[in-house]
Design a protein around this ligand. Structure first.
Ligand code: NAP
Length: 244
């Protein structure tokens, strides 16, 4: 493999951690971004290294432009140019009825899910254009299409990501930069840890495969989209939703 440096945002847990582990095993140098869980991020790095790979934990709050800018500068200085980016860090803001969705909540959810993603793309693209190659995968959500259940604030943020994926893919194609999205259904991560047993059972019965997806099942699609095996795939939004 060429010298590929991938930044995976929100890689301490869930889909991000599984993606970091898989990419580490496939020869990428993995920048394991996290926000609060330094120990979990270090565990991900330790597993990659134990498996013969290369990785580093990097703290940055993806809601803040200045931390994203510093994160990219640090990667430039210590490791080299990011050739692949997985915009995974995301937050659903909790289940809310229409009247409960304040502008502050919208700002907080959009700060991470939309503004953070645009800023990471901007910083990555500045660098990828210089080397005239790169691959970006945004993590969207099936809720972007159906609106979510009491998650309309979150669904709207992911709809913005679908639009960004299509728009940037067209704009950046002449620079040999591909932009795609993976759109997960319900995946068994901490995002669902606070739901009641009753709601969990109801969810399970509503899922065509009778189970939630596993983070590793999403990671495999992300890794494929990043790779040269997907060299003519750009502007695609791929569902990983078990037929839901
Ligand atoms: P998760 O298990 O809740 O993990 C969230 C990750 O994001 C953690 O690594 C966390 O870091 C990081 N993070 C949170 N706030 C951050 C911030 N301000 N700056 C940087 N990193 C931050 O999440 P997940 O369920 O794997 O979801 C990953 C992505 O898939 C999200 O974009 C989510 O919207 C999307 N998705 C998930 C599902 C699902 O059912 N799980 C479905 C559709 C789409 P710390 O550990 O350091 O806090």
């Amino acid at each position: 493999m060429k010298n590929e440096i991938v930044l995976v945002t929100g890689a301490s847990r869930g889909i991000g951690a599984s993606t970091a582990l898989l990419l580490g095993s496939r020869g990428y140098f993995v920048c394991v971004n996290y926000h609060e869980n330094a120990e979990l991020a270090q565990n991900v790095v330790d597993k990659i290294v134990a498996d013969g790979g290369r990785a580093v934990p990097l703290r940055a709050d993806i809601r803040k432009e200045k931390y994203i800018v510093s994160l990219f500068k640090r990667i430039d200085k210590d490791y080299g140019i990011v050739t692949a980016l997985v915009n995974n860090a995301g937050d659903n803001g909790g289940l809310l009825d229409c009247e409960e969705i304040s502008v502050d909540i919208l700002k907080s959810v959009f700060a991470l899910n939309v503004f953070g993603v645009f800023t990471c793309i901007k910083e990555a693209v500045k660098r990828m254009k210089k080397i005239r190659r790169g691959s970006i995968v945004n993590i969207s959500s099936e809720s972007a299409i159906f609106g979510g259940n009491r998650l309309t604030h979150y669904a709207a943020s992911k709809a913005a990501i679908n639009a960004a994926t299509k728009g940037f893919a067209r704009e950046l194609a002449p620079f040999n930069i591909r932009v795609n999205a993976v759109s997960p259904g319900i995946i068994d991560t901490d995002a669902h840890k606070d739901i009641s047993q009753k709601r969990r059972q109801m969810l399970k019965h509503s899922l065509p495969m009778g189970r939630m997806g596993k983070p590793e099942e999403v990671a495999k699609t992300i890794a494929w989209l990043l790779s040269d095996d997907a060299s003519y795939v750009s502007g695609s939004i791929i569902s990983v939703s078990g037929a839901r």
